[in-house]
Design a protein around this ligand. Structure first.
Ligand code: SF4
Length: 468
């Protein structure tokens, strides 16, 4: 896409796509690496992606809607879909968005507005499926030694990171901002990024792939907490072993004391657990967090036990200890002094450990890009920006990110999240667009985008930017 240019005396040309107003030498790119001077012409470095062209070139696509066989079509008619990727931007939108495209779908006149948003207020939320302890909540997360975000509250079976945002992008040193921007770009483009957590682990994160924690690829997400695991598998253990302990950094479960064991009339075993008893058969804080058994730091599960109660325990009693993923498991029998001695695991118990593993889902990293259009980005669509916000809230305008569905947060602004693996624009009825004060004199028909001269490109030197 071409933008306005102003020739300068020394063959530099001036880009006015944003307020930086770069003078760009022949053969060079502007400060953002998105526009370049190619033989005296200002061109977009990354190609503007129209979906059909991506299909014809064998590019990567993801389905937009669940269900049915997907032939790559977002809508039935027309067959050209403008993704916004590579569209450029007019930020801070003192002029209309770069592409305002009209089309007709099922007899209804529609308009699609595409633009790329700038990164200053963007971030990613990262979900890492692992029990392994990555670091304390609120700890700083670093890339190349620079602070790029922090550990936030973990969710069930996953550790969560919050990266980017205006503080790291603009509030620190130049290097911090640049490294943060690079990390966000790579994560959003599904590339691997190595992150280190202060007081914790190093982890390689790549959307759609297993995390690599301290150099070890994670295989499984937990089947449940220790207590849930007892509940799920109690019947399968009944009659095969006297006691089961499911070691978990959060809630360690003990079969004989747990309600699931009580319902099966499993007898007391005299087991003594370390940690804090929450409710019968559920213990908190049996060990420090770490990358060992069940997200604790232990490598010897017996370290979470005190001595067995001699009044209840008996020599020969059997015990299975297992982690929440089934990755770690050991079988014991009490000797004459009531000390647990590790023995080869019986086949039927081995089977139950394999059943835990089978019920664990593959561990993956999920990256949700989060951005907002509460400010001037809306002015690229309408000269009365708040009407766009209202139109989105009233579901007249559908927001997508490169065509992928987004979750729009309730409350002020148009703050959305999108799964970066689904990325390949703002769509609403043409009449609604006119009613909200849209830039009608800049609307162009969809068919005009088929003209290849609209999409000049140079060899790409940077990944595509993010899109709103
Ligand atoms: S869009 Fe990029 S090249 Fe153009 S003025 Fe802004 S920073 Fe410079």
């Amino acid at each position: 896409m071409l933008t306005d240019t102003t020739a300068a005396a020394d063959d530099k040309i001036r880009c006015d796509a944003c307020p930086v107003m770069c003078y760009i030498k022949p053969g060079a790119a502007g400060a953002c690496d998105r526009y370049a001077n190619h033989n005296g012409e200002l061109v977009r470095v990354d190609p503007h992606i129209v979906l059909e062209r991506t299909v014809s070139h064998g590019g990567r696509l993801v389905p937009f809607q669940a269900g049915g066989d997907w032939d790559g079509k977002i809508v039935h008619e027309p067959s050209v879909f403008v993704t916004a990727i590579g569209a450029g931007t007019t930020y801070p939108d003192y002029k209309p968005a770069p592409f305002i495209v009209s089309s007709e779908i099922d007899g209804v006149d529609m308009v699609t507005v595409v633009t790329e948003g700038i990164f200053s207020y963007c971030g990613v939320k990262v979900k890492i499926d692992t029990d392994r302890y990555l670091g304390p909540e609120t700890a700083t997360v670093r890339a190349q030694g620079e602070a790029v975000g922090h550990v936030t509250t973990s969710e069930y079976g996953s550790q969560m990171l919050s990266l980017g945002g205006v503080h790291h992008l603009t509030g620190g040193s130049k290097k911090e901002g640049r490294v943060t921007c690079d990390a966000l770009m790579d994560l959003s483009n599904c590339k691997p990024v190595e992150l280190t957590i202060d007081g914790g682990a190093s982890v390689v994160v790549q959307a759609g792939y297993p995390p690599i924690v301290n150099g070890v690829p994670e295989e499984r997400m937990r089947v449940g907490c220790g207590s849930a695991t007892i509940g799920m598998f109690a019947k399968q253990w009944h009659g095969k072993v006297d006691e089961v302990v499911v070691v978990d950094d959060h809630i360690t479960g003990v079969l004989s004391e747990h309600q699931a064991g009580k319902l099966l009339d499993i007898a007391d075993t005299g087991i003594k657990m370390k940690g804090r008893r929450s409710t019968p058969g559920r213990y908190f804080q049996v060990a420090e967090p770490g990358t060992g058994w069940g997200g604790t730091m232990i490598s010897d599960p017996l370290s979470v036990l005190g001595p067995f109660d001699a009044k209840r325990a008996r020599p020969g009693m059997t015990m299975l200890m297992v982690s929440t993923t089934g990755e770690h498991a050991a079988y014991y029998e009490l000797d004459a002094t009531l000390k647990p001695i590790e023995k080869p695991m019986p086949a039927d118990l081995k089977l139950s450990v394999e059943r835990i593993q089978e019920n664990c889902e593959p561990a993956l990293c999920t990256v949700l890009f989060m951005g907002g259009a509460g400010g001037s980005l809306r002015a690229g669509v309408t000269d009365n920006p708040v009407r766009l916000t209202r139109s989105v809230k009233e579901a007249l305008t559908r927001v997508t990110s490169g065509g992928a569905p987004v979750y729009v947060w309730p409350g002020g602004g148009i703050t959305f999240m999108v799964d970066v693996t689904r990325l390949p624009a703002v769509t609403l009825r043409l009449s609604d667009y006119a009613a909200l004060g849209g830039h009608m004199d800049h609307v162009r028909p969809l068919a005009s985008l088929k003209d290849n001269t609209e999409f000049r490109q140079m060899p790409s030197r940077s990944p595509p930017g993010q899109h709103a």
